[in-house]
Design a protein around this ligand. Sequence first.
Ligand code: ATP
Length: 312
Amino acid sequence: MNTDEHEHVIEVTGLRRVYGGGFEAVRGISFTVDRGEVFALLGTNGAGKTSTVELLEGLAPPTDGRIRVLGHDPYTERAAVRPRTGVMLQEGGFPSELTVDETARMWAGCVSGARPPLEVLDLVGLARRTDVRVKQLSGGERRRLDLALALLGDPEVLFLDEPTTGLDAEGRRDTWELVRALRDRGTTVLLTTHYLEEAEDLADRLAILHEGRIAATGTPAEVTAAQPARISFELPEGYFVGDLPPLGELGVSGHEVDGSVVRLRTRELQRTATELLVWADRAGVELRRLDVRSASLEEAFLGIAAREEVAA
Ligand SMILES: Nc1ncnc2c1ncn2[C@@H]1O[C@H](COP(=O)(O)OP(=O)(O)OP(=O)(O)O)[C@@H](O)[C@H]1O
């Protein structure tokens, strides 16, 4: 195990996964997750998130590459890793005739040193639903039950595959709170998500997967900073783009004109916006529908997907 200041609880090196039919879903990815970090794997449908997480959980051996979870190979040393990890799968798949309480107690029987079932049900907001049969739960409540079961063993490392899919906005925020609370207690969390807002809000670091490869990785701010900011406005009547100051001198890296609307991309948002406003002020014109915004993770995500498609 790494004895650096940052202990790598998860280490993935050159990971590949080729399915039986020959399809290569994971094409050589490497990343590390430190103790107490929340790490998000993002990606378009079919990018390889679940294929990767299943390997980290030790459900299958990698075709190639190396994985260490808490210093062990999760597949060949499953007995050493499994008791210290919690897994929330995309489909829980427990018997739907059992009640919430029965399900949690049954699961607790399979976990060594399990926490009291009611305690974890309370954590996920299901304490009042203990007598309800699983089949009668809403989709969101089932996801919460999945999460409760993953927490029964008080895991050091928690794998959450799309933990908030099917939850309403309030349920999603509750889950985020819970993940943050777990992180604050030192739990390491690896989650996959389709919700960029979730990754932006929750993840200390993230990787964007695209077609089995990592297209970008870093903190949400680092990944976002690699994208240009945007300014858009309506040209004042009688003005053309050529009437603006030379765009290159404003720090503009690209622009589009759509009728009277101008859209600028810039990596120097403050300078471009300031100089544009100074120009408008001096010209005595109003820039209507002015919109100035930093890049969001969503733009980074869409930019990566589009760029990779062109490159493919
Ligand atoms: N058992 C399998 N056999 C063959 N191909 C598979 C198998 N499981 C997944 N795939 C393929 O591998 C690719 C990656 O799938 P994976 O489920 O890992 O993606 P994902 O990023 O989790 O997608 P989603 O967001 O839709 O859940 C997809 O093209 C999928 O069709």
